[in-house]
Design a protein around this ligand. Structure first.
Ligand code: VGL
Ligand code: ZN
Length: 210
């Protein structure tokens, strides 16, 4: 069992990020069994859920002449445009069918404001609004986070960086994540950024929680 002050944080383990989804993360399905194996060893398990309205500004389809992968200015912030994904109340935004969601204590949804994207589970990309995740964890005496999920080079990275910024000790579970890799090497670069910011990078076996 992990100490009671440690929480497992599962990032965006959703249908649209699996290899058959709308924003496929290669091998994204491979991390689901690991999440299922780890969850019973934590007193606190939290999951984030990308939860966009259909008119979300991060969707290329909502901008004339734009294609996924292009970068635009969205209300003052640089925004990568994505295929339509994780639309609220659709199949694509559901958690992966094989994920044992009964072990999740609390879900934090993000990306609900059409004007701004939210990669991190803690804040939107402009750091303007909090999701309440940090306060919720702190109220429960959580000081350490073990983070895994999708995608390494976007939502996992920004969740880890914001977790560190909020004062948590953060370990990235390297084998519990996969990258979208819009550019070759983005996954490795993300890991180096997280390490430089103070994250511990470990494999699930090194956690010794189960
Ligand atoms: C994500 C791109 C757009 C992610 C979410 O979960 O990493 N990436 N929305
Ligand atoms: Zn999204």
């Amino acid at each position: 069992m992990a100490p009671a002050t440690t929480a497992l944080l599962l990032v965006d383990l959703q249908v649209d990020f699996l290899p058959t989804g709308m924003l496929p993360v290669p091998e994204g399905d491979r991390v689901i069994p690991l999440a299922n194996r780890l969850m019973p060893h934590y007193g606190t398990v939290v999951a984030t859920q990308d939860w966009h309205p259909a008119n979300h500004g991060s969707f290329a389809a909502n901008h004339m002449w734009r294609k996924p992968g292009q970068v635009i200015d969205l209300h003052g912030l640089q925004q990568v445009l994505w295929p339509i994904h994780c639309v609220q109340e659709t199949w694509g935004s559901e958690f992966a069918a094989d994920l044992r969601t009964e072990n999740i204590d609390r879900i934090f949804r993000k990306g609900t404001d059409p004007m701004i994207d939210s990669y991190s589970g803690f804040f939107d990309n402009g750091h303007r609004k909090s999701t309440g995740l940090a306060d919720w964890l702190k109220e429960r005496g959580i000081t350490e986070l073990h983070v895994m999920g999708l995608a390494l080079d976007y939502c996992v990275k920004y969740t880890v960086l914001d977790g560190l910024g909020e004062g948590f000790n953060v370990s990235l579970i390297e084998d519990g994540t996969r990258s979208v890799e819009l550019q070759d090497g983005d996954g490795l670069k993300a890991i180096e950024e997280m390490r430089a910011a103070g994250a511990r990078v470990v494999t699930a076996d090194q956690l010794r929680v189960g």
